[in-house]
Design a protein around this ligand. Structure first.
Ligand code: THU
Length: 130
């Protein structure tokens, strides 16, 4: 599948305009393509109790389920200027649960697979009884 990364970055940048980031003043937008070809997005939503902040990836995963679920095949997130940023560690874990095998993401050091950015990820199979 050929991914239009420029388009995905633009969708993410547009989503960042909806961020609620009064504490960090660091709006983030995320965008992804699902295995059914839908493009979804999300933005960070902060909280006065700082630790409750929802990253843009959290909003995106909520949107994934709101739109019927599925798996993510391509992902990127950007800052307010539209520059690619690396998903935080917690969000790599979050994304890995909902990523199709080999999901590609744009990082600050190029296009990588989800498996490359969170190797040996803990996941649903770890909870299966033997
Ligand atoms: N942030 C995200 O939304 N995603 C990330 O992967 C990195 C960090 C947000 C959280 C917080 O609202 C702001 O960026 C500054 O840390």
């Amino acid at each position: 599948m050929e991914i239009n990364w420029e388009q995905l970055r633009q969708v993410a940048a547009k989503a960042s305009e909806k961020a609620y980031a009064p504490y960090s003043n660091y709006p983030v937008g995320a965008a992804a393509i699902t295995d059914s070809g839908q493009i979804i997005s999300g933005a960070n939503v902060e909280n006065a109790s700082y630790g409750l902040t929802l990253c843009a990836e959290c909003s995106l995963v909520s949107e994934l389920f709101a739109k019927g679920g599925g798996k993510l095949v391509a992902f990127c997130c950007v800052d307010q200027e539209g520059a690619v940023i690396m998903p935080c560690g917690r969000c790599r874990q979050l994304l890995s649960e909902h990523a199709a095998t080999g999901m590609m993401l744009e990082t600050i050091s190029g296009i990588k697979s989800i498996e490359e950015v969170i190797p040996d990820a803990f996941g649903p199979s770890d909870l299966q009884e033997n």
